[in-house]
Design a protein around this ligand. Structure first.
Ligand code: UDP
Length: 372
C-alpha cells in the first residue's frame, strides 16, 4: 500500500517523508506519541511557544539545509546567548572576552590567552584525553571549575574525566566580545514554533499517531515496501545486545503571572548543588512578543533536570562513551544486515544512529540518505 513506512515523526523521519513524497513516493508516517515533531515539538500557552522537550535553536552552516527549512517556515533573528549563573555570579557564554574579563579582570585578548596558557601549563596537559583535560586545555582551570565541571557532571551524571572530549568542543572559545553561542552562518527560531514548521513539512502526507511500531511490527511491515526507523536502535533489536545508555531530561514548567523572570531565554546553573541544569524562559525565543508585536503579560519557564534514562522514560542524549560506542557498533552491524520485505531498513536520527546530532545535522543526514 505504501512505498515507505516511516517510524517516528521527528526531524529525520519528516525530512525523509517530505523528500520521498516530492519524488512521487507514497509514504506513511507513524509515531507513538500523540503529536508530530518529536523533541522539537512546541505548543502555545498564553501566546508563548513552549519548547516542551527542551530549548531548540536552529543553527547551521549548511546552505542546503537552510534553504530546505525556509520552504516550511520563516525564521526570526534569535541569536542564542545563554548566561551562566555560578552561585549568583553571572558569566557570558560561550567562553569569550566578556567571560574572561568577568573571571580574571583581563581586558585584552593577549592577557586572556596568557592566563589560559598559564593554567593549562600548570595542569600539565599536553594531549587531552577526556572532557576535563580538554576543557582545561581550552579555557583553563578557573573556568573549568566554575562553568563546566558542575554543569557537565549534572548533565551527564558522570565525572568529567570519564566523558569524551568532543562534548565540550561543541562550544566555541573566542577571544572576541561575541556572545553568540553558535559559530553558524544561519540561526533563528521558526516564527510560530517548530510544530507549525513540521506540520507544513508533512503537508499531503498520511500520519498516524499513538501507534507503537515495536508493539505491532508485523501489521505495519506488511503495509510498506521499505521501512525507515528513527526510534532507539537497541529497542528495535529487543535490547538483545544490552541496553545502550541515554540521558533523560525532566522539565518543571510553570506559567508565571509576571512579564519577565530572568531577562534571557537560557540561564545555565553551573554549580554542582543547584539541582537543575538550566532554566529556559520561552518567550525570549520570540523577543517576548506575540505575532502582532504586542508584549506578552505573562511568562513560562522550564527548569531542566537531567537523569539517567530508565525504561519507560524519554531518551534524549546518547552517552557517547567507549562502552556505549562498542555496544552501538555491534547494533550497527545488525542494522546493516536488517531487511524488511527484502529491502534494507534505514536507521536514522539521534536515536536510530545513537548520535548527539543537532537539528541541522539530522536534516542533512536525512537529505543525504534520501539522495538515491
Ligand atoms: N557545558 C558546560 N557549561 C555550560 C554549558 C555547556 O560545561 O554552561 C558543557 C556540558 O558538558 C554540555 C556541553 O558543554 O553537555 C554541550 O553543551 P550544549 O549547550 O551544546 O548542550 P545541549 O544544549 O545540547 O544540551
Amino acid at each position: 500500500m505504501y512505498d515507505y513506512l516511516i517510524v517516528g515523526a521527528g526531524l529525520y523521519g519528516v525530512t525523509c517523508a517530505r523528500l520521498l513524497t516530492d519524488e512521487g513516493k507514497k509514504v506513511l508516517v507513524i509515531d507513538r506519541r500523540d503529536h508530530i515533531a518529536g523533541n522539537v515539538y512546541t505548543e502555545e500557552t498564553e501566546g508563548i511557544q513552549v519548547h516542551r522537550y527542551g530549548a531548540h535553536i536552529f543553527h547551521t552552516n549548511d546552505r542546503k539545509v537552510w534553504d530546505f527549512v525556509q520552504r516550511f517556515a520563516e525564521f526570526n533573528r534569535f541569536t542564542n546567548a545563554p548566561i551562566a549563573n555560578y552561585k549568583g555570579e553571572l558569566y557570558s557564554l560561550p567562553f569569550n572576552m566578556y567571560t574572561f574579563n568577568r573571571m580574571w579582570g583581563v581586558v585584552t585578548p593577549e592577557e586572556a590567552e596568557a592566563k589560559i596558557e598559564e593554567q593549562r601549563r600548570s595542569a600539565g596537559i599536553t594531549e587531552p584525553g577526556n572532557l576535563e583535560e580538554q576543557a582545561i586545555s581550552l579555557v583553563g582551570t578557573d573556568i573549568y571549575e566554575k562553568l563546566i565541571k558542575g554543569y557537565t557532571e549534572k548533565q551527564w551524571g558522570r565525572p568529567c574525566r570519564e566523558l569524551p572530549a568532543f562534548i565540550i568542543r561543541r562550544l566555541p572559545v573566542r577571544f572576541t566580545y561575541d556572545n553568540n553561542y553558535f559559530n553558524a552562518l544561519y540561526q533563528g527560531i521558526p516564527v510560530g514554533g517548530y510544530t507549525g514548521m513540521v506540520s507544513r513539512m508533512l503537508e499531503g502526507i498520511e500520519v498516524r499517531l499513538v501507534v507503537d511500531y515495536l508493539e505491532d511490527r508485523e501489521a505495519y511491515e506488511n503495509t510498506a515496501g521499505q521501512v525507515i526507523y528513527t526510534g532507539p536502535i537497541d529497542a528495535y533489536f529487543g535490547y538483545s545486545l544490552g541496553h545502550l545508555e541515554y540521558r533523560s531530561v525532566r522539565f518543571e514548567t510553570e506559567l508565571l503571572d509576571i512579564p519577565n523572570f530572568q531577562g534571557n531565554a537560557a540561564v545555565n546553573y553551573t554549580d554542582a548543588e543547584t539541582p537543575w541544569t538550566r532554566i529556559i524562559e520561552h518567550k525570549w525565543f520570540e523577543f517576548g512578543k506575540d505575532p502582532e508585536g504586542n508584549p506578552l503579560p505573562k511568562t513560562v519557564i522550564s527548569r531542566e533536570y537531567s537523569s539517567e534514562w530508565k525504561p519507560g522514560e524519554e531518551p534524549y542524549y546518547p552517552v557517547n562513551d567507549e562502552k556505549n560506542g562498542t555496544m552501538y557498533a555491534a547494533y550497527k552491524e545488525l542494522a546493516d544486515k536488517e531487511t524488511v520485505n527484502g529491502n534494507p531498513v534505514i536507521f536514522g536520527g539521534r536515536l536510530g544512529e545513537y548520535r548527539y546530532y543537532d537539528m541541522d545535522q539530522v536534516i542533512a543526514a536525512a537529505m543525504n540518505r534520501m539522495s538515491f
